[in-house]
Design a protein around this ligand. Structure first.
Ligand code: BES
Ligand code: ZN
Ligand code: ZN
Length: 497
C-alpha cells in the first residue's frame, strides 16, 4: 500500500519570507507573502500561503484584515488540482493562543475554512466530475495541544452544520419542498436528546389565524407548514432564544412573477431557514446547559395558480394586524410576520431572524455582507462582535424611524411593499418586521395579551451573503453557509454567561 505524502502548509508573511532559505526562489516566483497569495512546491510537497494584508489606506473596516477561515479556504483552493489526502499544518503566530478560555479560535477557523472549501455540492454531478475531496488534516507537534476533545467536537459539529445548511440551499426546489424539507427536519432531529419538533399543517394554521403563511403558500401543490423545534437542556434554564428562518422553498414571485432572469437562484429562498436549522442542529449536539433554544420556520412555496393570493388582498396576520398586499413577491415578510408574532408570544430573551428577504439588500451591501437591524442596542452589539470575531461580514443598519410611514397603508395597518418604492428596500422590510415583535401593536383578541411586551430582536437579511456564485471565498459556487458559525458561537457564549 502506498502512503500518500503529506503536504506541509506554511503561513508566511512579507517579512518572514525575506530570511527564509527559499527567499531567492520566492522572489523569482514573485511570491511576496501577501494575504491569500499561495505558492505550491510539488517537489517538496510544501504549500506557502501569505498573510500580509496590504490595506490601501487607513481604514476602520474591521473586516479589512487577515481572516483564518479565508486562509483555510485558500489553502484548499491552491492545491485543489493536486493529488493529496493529507495536510500538515505548521505552527504560525496566527495560531498563538490568546488569553481567552475555550478553543483556539484562529486554528479552528483555519481548519474549518479548509474543510468547507473541500466540500462541494456534487449530488447531480457524474462521479468523475465530483469535486468534494476527503482530506485528513494533521497538526505539527507544536499545535497538537490545541487539538483538544472540545476543539475537535466543535470543529466537526460546525463543519457538519455548514454542510447541512449548504446542501439544503443548493439542492433543487423539487428535492427540497415544504413536504420533503419537513421530513428532513424531523429525521435530523429525531434522535437528539432534549429536542421536540412540532409542526402545524394548513388546517391548524387556519385555526390559529396564521394567514400570512397560508396566503403565501396557497398556490403550491404542497401545503405550507409551520415548524417549531425546541431544545430544552435538563439544567436550570436561565435564557430563552428564538431562531427564526424564512423558509420559502421556492420564490417564483407569485402573480407578480419574477422576470428578467431574477427567478434562477430562488431555490435559495429558504436560506434563512436552512441557516437556523444548521445552527439549531449544531446546538443540539453541543451540550447547552442553561439555554432553551427554539427554531421556528414556515415552509412554503410562492407559486402561481388559480389559487394564488393577489395584490389588493388584505391579510389579517396572526398578530391581528392587517396587511395590504401590494406585491406578491414581497412574500417573505408575510410569513415572517406570523413567525415573529408567534416567537414573541413564547416570551424569549432574544429573537434572531435570518431571511433572504430583499434584493435591495444585495444592491446595498453586496453579496459579501449580511445586513443586521435590531430594536436592541445591547443585542445587536453583542452579535456584531461575534460576527466580527468569526470573520463573517455583517453591516449594521439602523432602524430608520423616519421611513416607518412607508410601510403603512390607507386601508390596512401595513402594506407589504413600501410607498417609497425601491429606496432602501432592505430597511423598509426590516421596519415592516418590527411590527411583529411588539405586542403593543397586536390586535388578535384570541391571543389575550394582558401585559404587552417588546422582544429584543435582531433581523439578518442574508439575501446576498447566504448564496452567491461570483465572489465566493470558499471556491465553491452557491450556498456559503455564512452566519452559521457565528450564531452557534454566540449562543454558546450566552449559555456560559
Ligand atoms: N426572495 C426575494 C429576495 C431576494 C432577492 C433574495 C435576491 C435573494 C436574492 C424576496 O422575496 C423578494 O422578491 N423581494 C422583493 C420585494 C419587493 C417586491 C418589495 C425584492 O427585493 O425585489
Ligand atoms: Zn419574493
Ligand atoms: Zn422571497
Amino acid at each position: 500500500m502506498s502512503i500518500s505524502p503529506s503536504i506541509k502548509v506554511f503561513l508566511v508573511n512579507s517579512e518572514t519570507i525575506k530570511t527564509h532559505p527559499k527567499s531567492q526562489f520566492f522572489k523569482q516566483q514573485k511570491f511576496e507573502g501577501s494575504y491569500r497569495q499561495a505558492l505550491y512546491l510539488a517537489e517538496s510537497s510544501e504549500l506557502f500561503v501569505g498573510t500580509t494584508y496590504k490595506s490601501v489606506s487607513q481604514t476602520t473596516d474591521p473586516f479589512a484584515r487577515v481572516w483564518a477561515y479565508d486562509l483555510g479556504a485558500k489553502v484548499f483552493e491552491a492545491i485543489s488540482k493536486v493529488e493529496f489526502e493529507n495536510l500538515e499544518i505548521q505552527a504560525n503566530e496566527l495560531f498563538q493562543k490568546s488569553d481567552e478560555a475555550g478553543v483556539n479560535n484562529s486554528l479552528l477557523q483555519f481548519m474549518l475554512g479548509i474543510l468547507q472549501a473541500s466540500w462541494n455540492f456534487d449530488k447531480y454531478l457524474a462521479p468523475k466530475k465530483a469535486k468534494t475531496k476527503k482530506i485528513n488534516i494533521a497538526l505539527v507537534d507544536e499545535l497538537k495541544p490545541y487539538f483538544t476533545a472540545d476543539f475537535e467536537k466543535l470543529l466537526n459539529t460546525l463543519n457538519d452544520a455548514q454542510v447541512l445548511t449548504r446542501s439544503l440551499i443548493n439542492d433543487t426546489p423539487e428535492a427540497i419542498n415544504p413536504k420533503t424539507y419537513l421530513e428532513i427536519i424531523n429525521q435530523e432531529l429525531e434522535s437528539k436528546p432534549n429536542v421536540t419538533v412540532e409542526s402545524f399543517d394548513a388546517t391548524k394554521l387556519e385555526e390559529l389565524g396564521m394567514n400570512g403563511i397560508l396566503f403565501v403558500g396557497r398556490a403550491s401543490r404542497y401545503q405550507p407548514v409551520f415548524v417549531h423545534a425546541t431544545l430544552k437542556p435538563e439544567g436550570e434554564i436561565t435564557k430563552k432564544i428564538c431562531l427564526v428562518g424564512k423558509g420559502l422553498t421556492y420564490d417564483s414571485g407569485g402573480l407578480d412573477i419574477k422576470t428578467d432572469g431574477h427567478m434562477p437562484t430562488m431555490k435559495c429562498d429558504m436560506g434563512g431557514s436552512a441557516t437556523m436549522f444548521g445552527v439549531f442542529k449544531a446546538l443540539s449536539e453541543l451540550n447547552l446547559e442553561h439555554t432553551e433554544v427554539h427554531f421556528l420556520t414556515a415552509l412554503a412555496e410562492n407559486m402561481v395558480s388559480e389559487n394564488s393570493y393577489k395584490a389588493d388582498d388584505i391579510i389579517t396576520s396572526y398578530s391581528g394586524q392587517t396587511i395590504e398586499v401590494r406585491n406578491t413577491d414581497a412574500e417573505g415578510r408575510l410569513t415572517l410576520a406570523d413567525l415573529l408574532a408567534y416567537a414573541t408570544l413564547l416570551n424569549p430573551d432574544y429573537i434572531i431572524d435570518a431571511a433572504t428577504l430583499t434584493g435591495a439588500c444585495v444592491v446595498a451591501v453586496s453579496d459579501y455582507y449580511t445586513s443586521l437591524m435590531s430594536n436592541s442596542k445591547e443585542l445587536s452589539t453583542s452579535l456584531l462582535q461575534t460576527f466580527e470575531k468569526q470573520g463573517e461580514m455583517t453591516v449594521y443598519n439602523q432602524m430608520p424611524e423616519v421611513l416607518r410611514e412607508a410601510v403603512t397603508s390607507q386601508i390596512a395597518d401595513l402594506n407589504n411593499t413600501s410607498s417609497i418604492g425601491r429606496l432602501a428596500g432592505h430597511l423598509t422590510a426590516g421596519l415592516f418586521l418590527s411590527h411583529f415583535v411588539d405586542q403593543n401593536l397586536f390586535r388578535n383578541e384570541k391571543l389575550q395579551i394582558t401585559e404587552p411586551k417588546v422582544s429584543n430582536w435582531v433581523h439578518l437579511d442574508i439575501a446576498g451573503s447566504s448564496f452567491n456564485d461570483k465572489h465566493n471565498p470558499l471556491n465553491a459556487n452557491g450556498a456559503t453557509g455564512q452566519s452559521v458559525r457565528s450564531l452557534v458561537t454566540w449562543v454558546l457564549e450566552q449559555d456560559k454567561q
